[in-house]
Design a binder for this molecule. Structure first.
Ligand SMILES: Cc1cc2nc3c(=O)[nH]c(=O)nc-3n(C[C@H](O)[C@H](O)[C@H](O)COP(=O)(O)OP(=O)(O)OC[C@H]3O[C@@H](n4cnc5c(N)ncnc54)[C@H](O)[C@@H]3O)c2cc1C
Length: 374
């Protein structure tokens, strides 16, 4: 790949050291809110939730390429544990776009310095891929806006100090009526649902959030009224190559695991790797892994350079997430009976790979974005 600067090499080495130190506690067994809290706190203590927050607001002040390198390095050693910090980074990016002056510095500094978590509240029962059909409403009131509705799945929901909530005002306007609000989860009318079961998530916590006539001040609105859809598109586009870099990191972990096994285990008097049924898929996945990284870092470098990046971001997310899932499925096969044990790492990675397919838009949604720009 492209040569890394001294600073980037240092960041990657630091991430590798962090991962080694925390390997047992973060990637080991366990799940649920307690585990997710411990994982989040460890990452936030090291500033990994605030990589993209500028230094003037007490963040790490990294660009997108460096952020991708760090998340890739962490994922290659602690796969599937980064959804919490990455979601906070995602929300902070929305704040960078939608806030100015005091509001911007207050919220970003608070997230970075106090190691806080944020949750992104978009998906509803009737609004998944079709985000313009959000039915959560934000009605103008004397004191600002009153928000009502239910969000189905929110990462960090039970840890967050900030929620970014997408609501329609008025609902009939579709995309043009979509707005984003910063909501304090402790406000009256906000109900944080139970965490989804251990099989639904690993390393992060997620669940429903209900808003019942929650009053937020005018200043909670991110950007101009009616700009929620554009804000959402820009941040989803920026998030996709980050997710791709995480997928590439996890895929590296799986690849090394299968390659090691294939070279060390013998059947029929020869290492598994000597059979083309095993070595050819590995040759193909080595190539796909490299392509995933190149696509992710191409999109990330375009963001840093101020070029258009929506097409490249969706290509990267599509390719890297499909590569991770395909490789994890192959690994389940190549590891034989070992992969049948619940405790084997590959089972957790395979499960996370399936979840990564939906985060920041499904494969078909990425294809819709790509096709619309051909
Ligand atoms: C682990 C995890 C964490 C998540 N975290 C969050 C979060 O923090 N905040 C949040 O708001 N959301 C979150 N989501 C939700 C995620 O964004 C949605 O799952 C995603 O947008 C898809 O919506 P859906 O699941 O309702 O699927 P649907 O939209 O119902 O889609 C189901 C299937 O139909 C396909 N499909 C739909 N429409 C079309 C079409 N027009 N053409 C072709 N195919 C189509 C999809 O590709 C998919 O395969 C999370 C999801 C997961 C799995």
């Amino acid at each position: 790949m492209f040569p890394l600067s001294d600073e980037q090499q240092l960041l990657v080495r630091k991430a590798e050291r962090f991962a080694e130190k925390h390997a047992r506690s973060l990637a080991g067994s366990g799940s649920g809110l307690k585990k997710a809290k411990a994982v989040y706190e460890a990452y936030a203590k090291a500033g990994y939730h605030a990589l993209l927050i500028p230094k003037e607001f007490k963040g790490q002040g990294l660009d997108y390429v460096s952020t991708g390198l760090v998340y890739e390095a962490l994922s290659s050693r602690l796969p599937g544990t980064l959804n919490g910090p990455v979601t906070t980074a995602h929300c902070a990016e929305m704040m960078k776009i939608g806030l100015t002056g005091n509001h911007l510095s207050r919220h970003l500094s608070s997230i970075a310095a106090h190691k806080l978590a944020a949750g992104f509240c978009l998906t509803e029962e009737g609004a998944g891929s079709d985000i313009a059909s959000v039915t959560t409403t934000a009605k103008r009131s004397k004191r600002g806006f009153a928000i009502s509705g239910k969000k189905s799945i929110v990462i960090n929901h039970a840890l967050a100090s900030y929620l970014i909530v997408f609501a329609a005002s008025p609902p009939s306007k579709g995309r043009a009526g979509l707005n984003a609000f910063i909501v304090d989860p402790h406000l009256p009318g906000v109900t944080i649902g139970d965490a989804y079961g251990p099989h639904e998530s690993s390393g992060s916590v997620m669940g429903e959030v209900v808003f019942d006539n929650v009053t937020v001040p005018e200043e909670s609105l991110l950007g101009e009224e009616g700009s929620g859809y554009l804000l959402l598109m820009e941040t989803l586009d920026k998030g996709r190559p980050i997710v791709a870099a995480c997928c590439a990191g996890s895929a590296r972990r799986v690849f090394d695991m299968v390659l090691g096994h294939a070279k060390n285990r013998s059947q029929f008097g020869k290492p598994l790797f000597s059979f083309q049924g095993i070595s050819f898929p590995l040759a193909e996945y080595a190539t796909r892994l490299q392509a995933s990284r190149l696509l992710a870092f191409d999109a990330l470098s375009r963001i840093d350079a101020g070029l258009t990046f929506s097409l490249e971001a969706s290509m990267a997310k599509l390719y890297a997430s499909e590569t991770l899932l395909g490789l994890a499925s192959f690994a389940m096969e190549a590891l034989g009976y070992r992969a049948a044990f619940e405790s084997h790492e590959i089972r957790r990675i395979h499960h996370d790979a399936q979840l990564m397919m939906s985060i920041d838009g499904t494969a078909n949604v990425q294809k819709m974005v790509i096709a619309s720009q051909l």
